[in-house]
Write a protein that binds this ligand. Structure first.
Ligand code: ZN
Length: 260
């Protein structure tokens, strides 16, 4: 099952997605499936240019990122693998959706893509065990943890480098109930392969991350966890198109723009 948030010009709505890539249809739902029971409205919409997919959720409280969660990526940045998950926050104002432009800030010259599996929390979660952690998940989507690498190196903490407007593209939709133990995670820039890893290479797996994070924060429905990026991160510049793909979820595509 795939659940998308979309607009045809009016208020955002949710829908179930079916069909092959390029020929998808939406079965429109009542309400918001992250917070309330939903039902089909009976309306069907073809996924055409008239329909714009939106970020599948705007978190009400937070996005939690995990740094250096793939050995090869920690190594390419010259860092040790952490002995416990390395957490950071991105504000909900960093979220953009599929095809929305990533606008490069004026104060950085080195913005990188980071292809990641994203977890969307479905229930209020505090101090959950690893064994029960996946019961708290609403579903999974694709994220690009956009990072101003020069600023990340210059600042003592990562708020500016990873929290700016547009630094958290997510989408194109949510897949509930997915086995995420071994999914391919890739990034392409202008069609050229940049990142190619598997979630099986994570230092801390998804259940461990949720449990660990829930000992720090109360996780609320709609909160998003970014699970770290494999090796191959690199720069994006004005005019690029960056695509992040997670196997069995889909492709998240965003153009990159620097305002003159
Ligand atoms: Zn990241």
């Amino acid at each position: 099952m795939r659940i998308a948030r979309f607009t045809t010009g009016d208020d955002p709505r949710y829908a179930l997605v079916d069909g092959e890539p390029g020929n998808e249809h939406l079965t429109v739902l009542t309400g918001d499936p992250i917070y309330t029971p939903v039902q089909p409205t009976g309306e069907r919409v073809a996924l055409t240019d008239e329909v714009r997919l939106l970020a599948p959720v705007i978190p009400r409280s937070k996005i939690i990122g995990v740094g250096r969660n793939y050995v090869d990526h920690a190594a390419e940045m010259g860092n040790e693998v952490p002995t416990s998950p390395l957490l950071f926050l991105k504000p909900n104002t960093s979220v953009i959706g599929p095809d929305d432009p990533i606008v490069l800030p004026t104060w950085t010259e080195d913005v990188h893509h980071e292809a990641e599996l994203a977890v969307i929390i479905g229930k209020v979660t505090k101090d959950v065990s690893v064994a029960r952690a996946l019961d708290q998940v609403f579903g999974f989507t694709v994220a690009n943890d956009i990072t101003a690498r020069d600023v990340q190196r210059a600042d003592n903490q990562w708020t500016r480098a990873k929290g700016f407007d547009g630094s958290c593209p997510i989408g194109p939709w949510v897949v509930p109930g997915l086995d995420v133990d071994d999914l391919r995670v890739t990034a392409r820039v202008n069609g050229q392969a940049r990142q190619d890893g598997r979630t099986s290479q994570m230092v801390f797996d998804v259940a461990t991350l949720i449990s660990y994070i829930s000992e720090v924060f109360t996780l609320l429905p709609g909160d998003v966890i970014l699970t770290g990026t494999p090796a191959g991160v690199g720069p994006v510049v004005h005019g690029d198109v960056v695509e992040v793909e997670v196997e069995e979820i889909g492709v998240l595509r965003n153009p990159v723009l620097r305002r003159a």
